[in-house]
Design a binder for this molecule. Structure first.
Ligand code: F6P
Length: 327
């Protein structure tokens, strides 16, 4: 096994609060272990375009509290091709980068796995996405912060919903994942939660709302994940309005504000633990693994295993509980 001298770190795919805290941990752990660390700007795009920046301990000062990613991020079509990855690898070689830490979601993992296998460069990935949809980690970077952003919004909307006796449909992020909807919906006491993973038809929703109206609820909050199969918050609101003429219905799409903001203490600590563990794993000779947290312990999972099992296992108990608690 060749000793690693220079580690490249990148963030790729959708940004997530905690990515900066993770970059900080990778840079400082690398330096502590006597390595050089290079930041790769704009994810795989920067690898293809040779956008490298030397990182020292000082370059990651005062970033632990920042949302977004100082290295920037991008989605790179060229990297999806073999030729693109070959170009990227040649650039890494020229720069003397002999190992990588890639922070991102399943697309990032897929790219990292291919590059590592095709060109024999060690790679460790860190799960960074607000969607919390990566197999092998109980939590991903940014998920906790996004949930807190969403419940703050739900609480505020509830104030006005209750004052006007209105029914609100709040759409949250999650193209393929209902994690934010389920968690924040539970924490926000939503009357109903619609997720991509569960086929909750409009009839079910209407029944729930009827029950609420029968038990004298004058206002309600329904949380809808953007990937829900019923067609988004506006469409669902329209269908419900046809049945409930008397309800004053409003729709709020929370959108990209869920991706920003200062990371919570949970995300900062998680990011630090996983960034630290990623560099330690490289140093120990590991490759093509994801560092994740399971049962409050840092664990490694094969990238292929993580990629192939990436469908979110819906926490049925949480779903059932949140329904019961809103009767
Ligand atoms: O970060 C994950 C995610 O927020 C998804 O829930 C959402 O569908 C997607 O990213 C949107 O990404 P972008 O704004 O980069 O197109």
């Amino acid at each position: 096994m060749k000793a690693i001298k220079k580690i490249g770190v990148l963030t790729s795919g959708g940004d997530a609060p905690g990515m900066n805290a993770c970059i900080r941990a990778v840079v400082r752990t690398g330096i502590y272990l006597g390595k050089e660390v290079v930041g790769i700007k704009q994810g795989y795009q920067g690898m293809v375009d040779r956008k490298f920046v030397n990182m020292d301990s000082h370059s990651v000062c005062n970033i632990i509290q920042l949302g977004g990613t100082i290295l920037k991020t991008a989605r790179c079509d060229e990297f999806r091709t073999y030729e693109g990855r070959q170009k990227a690898y040649k650039n890494l070689k020229k720069e003397g980068i002999d190992a990588l830490v890639a922070i991102g979601g399943d697309g990032t993992f897929t790219g990292a796995e291919l590059l590592s296998r095709e060109f024999d460069i060690p790679v460790i990935c860190v799960p960074g996405t607000i969607d919390n949809d990566l197999y092998g980690s109980d939590f991903t970077l940014g998920y906790d912060t996004a949930n807190n952003t969403v419940i703050e919004a739900i609480d505020k909307i509830r104030d006005t919903a209750a004052s006007h006796d209105r029914l609100f449909f709040i759409e949250v992020m999650g193209r393929d994942s209902g994690c934010i909807a389920l968690w924040a919906g539970t924490a926000g006491g939503a009357e109903a939660i619609l997720l991509p993973e569960k086929d909750t038809g409009i009839e079910d929703l209407i029944q729930k709302l009827e029950k609420g109206a029968d038990s004298n609820k004058s206002s309600s909050i329904v949380i809808i994940a953007e990937g829900d199969k019923n067609g988004g918050a506006y469409h669902v609101a329209k269908l419900v309005k046809e049945k409930f003429q008397f309800y004053d219905i409003k729709v709020t799409i929370l959108g990209h504000l869920q991706r920003g903001g200062s990371p919570t203490s949970f995300d900062r600590v998680l990011a630090s633990r996983l960034g630290y563990a990623a560099v330690k794993a490289l140093e120990a000779g590991e490759t093509r693994k994801m560092v994740g947290i399971r049962g409050n312990r840092v664990k490694l999972t094969d990238l292929v295993e993580s990629i192939n099992n990436n469908s979110f296992k819906l926490e049925e108990d949480l779903m059932e509980m949140s329904t019961i608690l809103t009767i």
